[in-house]
Design a protein around this ligand. Structure first.
Ligand code: ZN
Ligand code: ZN
Length: 93
């Protein structure tokens, strides 16, 4: 009789508090007890980036422009398409 191995992260990581920053959010296992343990993740220097937000279409909304603050021309960012390994470049005026 062997105890089944219970990997606390078998169901993944708690999604609480995640945002765009890689590694951000609660670092405890999904379904954990007690308080969330949220980290800010790898926060880039947002001050250097254009603050414009994508106004939205049928697939994405609210993405932030990844060009430098004060750039000319259209705003753009590259966004993954959920459920696939594809990305699309979103541009807006
Ligand atoms: Zn949590
Ligand atoms: Zn922009």
């Amino acid at each position: 009789m062997t105890q089944p191995q219970t990997d606390p992260y078998a169901n993944g990581v708690c999604p609480f508090g995640e945002d765009e920053a890689p590694g951000s959010g609660c670092i405890k296992p999904k379904g954990h007890d007690g308080a969330h343990l949220v980290t800010p993740g790898d926060v880039d220097d947002d001050e250097a980036l254009c603050p414009s937000e994508f106004p939205g279409d049928d697939m994405h909304t609210g993405q932030l422009c990844t060009r430098p603050r004060g750039h000319h021309g259209t705003h753009s960012c590259t966004e993954g398409i959920s459920g696939t390994s594809y990305t699309r470049e979103i541009t807006w005026a």
